[in-house]
Write a protein that binds this ligand. Structure first.
Ligand SMILES: *[C@@H]1O[C@H](CO)[C@@H](O)[C@H](O)[C@H]1NC(C)=O
Ligand SMILES: *[C@@H]1O[C@H](CO)[C@@H](O)[C@H](O)[C@H]1NC(C)=O
Ligand SMILES: *[C@@H]1O[C@H](CO)[C@@H](O)[C@H](O)[C@H]1NC(C)=O
Ligand SMILES: *[C@@H]1O[C@H](CO)[C@@H](O)[C@H](O)[C@H]1NC(C)=O
Length: 350
């Protein structure tokens, strides 16, 4: 069970830990309902036994707390409508490992914000109003492994914004307004394993985008405006296991686009504008080589079920046990096959 620290515990001194806990929680709700300056009562301070430091969680606090315990390793400050953080906000907690700031209204961060916290591992800025990042923000963030910038207002990125990130494993840029990306964005992110670019406005990607990471495993590109998947994009990442390309406008996937992807376990191409796929595209995926662990989804595309689709249909026959949304994977043409299940056509035609 957790032990409790902080001012509230002092004021509740002699009570048993159970009662103490109940009152503390009650106090937390009451305090957050009427206080106007951030006091420790706006926040919950935990110091679990055997942990390396305090964990502070504040919700709906009106300002960033100025009294953080010096041993804070985990700080959550969410749903508070904060528009800015003091430049020196983190000076008092050099051991900070996780900083969760989602669901505020942050528009700007100061370049020196993270300098006092070189051991930071996780920075979550989900659902704020950031349109850019200051140069040098991560210059002391060599340990950071997770950076979440999901649902902000980024329209463009500069590779230099990420300078200093050497250990990044997880980068989430989903739900912004990104139109283009710089080719060298990931050049120095050798440890990157998950990249989420979903739900942006990307129409094209620079062919060299994925050069840099040594072993990317998960790539989210769903919910963009991509029209073409070329031969080059995925080539540097043969270890890719999860690939999401659904909800784009793909009309064309190059014959070599999946070449070398021997370990792909999940492929989502649903809800695009594909009418056919070129011969050879499917050669490295699934059976006969190796079963995909998760499966694949080709539904909601206007497939034209003529002879040109026979390569795909033969592959489907061997991999149907891994196919999602079978009932929504139908022919849009030719006329006499319109509305037919692709799998039914596989059986009857090829
Ligand atoms: C944040 O703003 C929203 C919308 O204006 C409001 O409903 C909510 O109560 C605010 N939260 C806090 C903690 O001030
Ligand atoms: C990548 O690393 C090289 C060598 O350390 C450096 O010169 C370059 O500026 C870095 N690029 C970015 C975008 O961080
Ligand atoms: C297909 O994708 C569009 C966005 O590109 C989305 O609005 C729509 O709901 C999706 N349809 C299905 C069936 O998922
Ligand atoms: C398959 O799709 C058709 C047409 O969209 C629908 O009428 C039918 O209920 C679906 N069947 C199943 C088993 O979902």
């Amino acid at each position: 069970m957790s032990s409790w620290r902080g001012h509230s515990q002092q004021s509740l001194g002699g009570l048993t830990s159970h009662l103490c806990r109940a009152l503390f929680l009650l106090g937390l709700f009451v305090a957050s309902a009427w206080s106007v300056t951030p006091t420790p009562q706006d926040c919950l301070i935990l110091r679990p036994p055997n942990s390396h430091g305090s964990s502070v969680s504040c919700f709906s606090a009106p300002e960033f707390p100025s009294w953080l315990p010096g041993d804070t390793i985990h700080l959550t400050m969410e749903f508070s409508n904060l528009t800015q953080l003091p430049a020196a906000a983190l000076h008092g907690c050099p051991g900070l490992r996780e900083l969760h700031l989602s669901s505020n209204r942050l528009e700007k961060l100061s370049a020196g914000l993270l300098l006092p916290v070189p051991n930071l591992l996780v920075l979550d800025l989900t659902r704020n109003a950031l349109a850019d990042l200051p140069q040098g923000l991560f210059r002391a963030s060599a340990a950071l492994h997770t950076l979440v910038l999901k649902e902000n207002r980024l329209q463009t990125l500069q590779a230099s914004w990420l300078r200093g990130l050497r250990a990044l494993v997880h980068l989430d840029l989903a739900g912004n307004c990104l139109h283009t990306l710089p080719a060298g964005l990931l050049a120095n992110l050798t440890a990157l394993s998950t990249l989420d670019l979903g739900d942006n406005q990307l129409e094209t990607l620079p062919p060299g985008l994925l050069r840099g990471p040594l072993r990317l495993e998960r790539l989210h590109l769903e919910g963009n405006q991509l029209r073409v998947l070329g031969d080059d994009l995925l080539a540097p990442q043969p270890s890719l296991r999860y690939l999401f390309l659904n909800d784009n406008k793909l009309t064309s996937v190059a014959a070599g686009a999946f070449k070398g992807l021997k370990w792909l376990d999940m492929l989502d191409l649903s809800n695009n504008s594909l009418t056919t796929t070129p011969a050879g595209l499917w050669a490295s995926l699934g059976k006969p080589a190796r079963d995909m662990e998760e499966g694949f989804d080709l539904s909601h595309n206007p497939w034209v079920c003529d002879q040109k689709l026979s390569h795909l249909c033969l592959w489907l026959a061997a991999n149907r046990h891994k196919m999602f949304s079978k009932n929504e994977t139908r022919c849009a043409g030719p006329k006499d096959l319109e509305g037919q299940l692709l799998l039914a056509v596989v059986g009857s035609q090829w």
